[in-house]
Unconditional design. Structure first.
Lengths: 134, 134
DNA sequence: AACACTGTGTAATAATATAACATTAATATA
DNA sequence: TATATTAATGTTATATTATTACACAGTGTT
């Protein structure tokens, strides 16, 4: 734990929404989040989207782009959301964050034809999970 | 050209929409497509989405998930949309399809912790393009 | 105090995508 | 040829996802 890397204190709305996503076994969609936090006083879509934007920015959650849904980061080293990879089951829609040193190293070092390197990426793998394969 | 691999004949709507996307120097969004083809008799969003779905399915176009936009496939070998990679400039939004044998081989062979292999994936790299870097 | 910055609350609306139903065209097979 | 089947179309309405615009509150500076 680096003291310089101050733990980002969440605001009330951010904390409520992060807790909900973090508890969820599956990615949550914005309006489903909204529905679930209305009893806590968060009434409008914008309140949800603002918290989501911030949580994504600081790397506490990730957006699954192909599903328009959000998942808590389970990659402890992930302070900033800049290099993400997921596996997605096309039947049950289970999503798992992939943390593979080899993969992240390969992608972080990947250069395109012009020799350009990219520090930020998002990768989504699709297939069938163990359960759904049987 | 394999005779068994019949060239998919596009229907009228599919052809109109493919031509438009193919001509476009940048990814196009569904409602922008709709606006542009209304003079050709395509009047409703659903007509556009149906054509887009089919075109994606047969690999003639790809969806840029992080942008909700569509780009024509420029990877001649891409008969089916199952393994895609793009670079996206965060300033000018220029999108380029990456065709790297090394990358696609690496990803096609990637196994997660459970030994699971995925035949389908989508990868989006973010950064600054040449022009925007200067 | 004045200012900048971040977050909040609220209403309205924009942008993206699908459901449901009726019809027509294309393909296949009896 | 007839008929069954599948894929595509046309249309209306609606669902889902996300942002704009504006007013205000808290915190930390200068």
């Amino acid at each position: 734990m680096n003291k310089m890397q101050k733990e980002h204190a969440l605001t009330k709305n951010q904390q409520i929404i992060f807790d909900l996503i973090d508890k969820s076994p599956e990615p949550m969609k914005a309006y489903s989040i909204l529905f679930n936090v209305q009893k806590k006083g968060i009434k409008a879509p914008l309140q949800v989207y603002r918290a989501l934007d911030k949580l994504v920015e600081i790397g506490k959650i990730h957006k699954i782009e192909s599903r328009n849904a959000f998942i808590a980061c389970h990659n402890s080293s992930c302070q900033v959301a800049k290099a993400t990879a997921f596996s997605i089951c096309e039947i049950c829609e289970k999503v798992t964050e992939i943390s593979s040193a080899g993969l992240s190293k390969y992608l972080a070092n990947f250069k395109d034809k012009d020799g350009m390197k990219y520090s930020k990426y998002n990768l989504e793998f699709f297939g069938l999970c163990k359960k759904c394969r049987t």
